[in-house]
Design a protein. Structure first.
Length: 221
């Protein structure tokens, strides 16, 4: 019995010793690849995502991949395009994206058929790549999905979102209906206010009497 217990104990020890070893470096590398700091996330959302959506998605998204390149999600630019690696995290100078927006190569200029991006925008891309090109977009957008950036830009043109204005009233072209050529007296007579619930003689003067006004309203005169 004692020998059997000893053999069982040795077997359990061998099983424990044969357990697979997981390097902490592998775990750290995986975590670093999928986890963004708050600073990285804020920088991407405020500086990079709007630029990619506004300047790049037209030619490099789910519907169109010019040069075999997609920039609408992380794995798209990681895969690269027909010209090779587009973004090399941590190495801006070797990243084809930065060279193209700088117009270093006359045959490779981005955005296509548009003015060159400002120096400040190019500097933002350079900083983003230098920090490792953090990108939380782990899933591609659906082909029929309109990016939020475009929706927001369109909605900013809505009349309800425009600043309040106080334009001058249009001039009256046909004064035949008004003795003065202005509409102030008519509005004051027709619209009760907190201080005058009924039309006063000051504003009512010059207008038809009640009988004629009623006849005009009914189309009799």
């Amino acid at each position: 019995m004692l020998r059997m217990m000893q053999r069982g104990r040795r077997g359990r020890q061998r099983s424990t010793n044969c357990a697979p070893f997981i390097s902490p470096r592998i775990g750290s590398a995986t975590l670093a690849a999928t986890t963004l700091t708050q600073e990285q996330a804020n920088f991407f959302e405020t500086k990079i995502r709007p630029l990619l959506a506004g300047e790049c998605h037209e030619c490099h998204d789910a519907k169109k991949q010019k040069g075999g390149l997609r920039l609408d999600f992380r794995d798209g630019w990681k895969k690269g395009g027909d010209s090779g690696d587009t973004i090399i995290p941590g190495n801006p100078e070797k990243s084809l994206l930065l060279k193209s927006i700088r117009h270093d190569d006359p045959d490779l200029k981005m955005p296509s058929k548009r003015p060159k991006l400002s120096d400040a925008v190019i500097a933002d891309f350079e900083r983003w790549i230098a920090m490792g090109a953090p990108d939380p977009r782990d899933q591609p957008a659906k082909p029929d999905t309109v990016p939020w950036e475009k929706l927001l830009a369109d909605r900013k043109t809505w009349r309800s979102l425009q600043p309040i204005r106080n334009p001058p009233p249009p001039a009256v072209k046909n004064t035949a209906w008004s003795n003065t050529g202005r509409c102030t007296g008519w509005i004051s007579c027709a619209t009760p206010t907190a201080t005058a619930a009924r039309a006063t003689p000051k504003f009512a003067s010059g207008f038809p009497d009640r009988k004629n006004m009623l006849a005009r309203t009914r189309g009799l005169r």
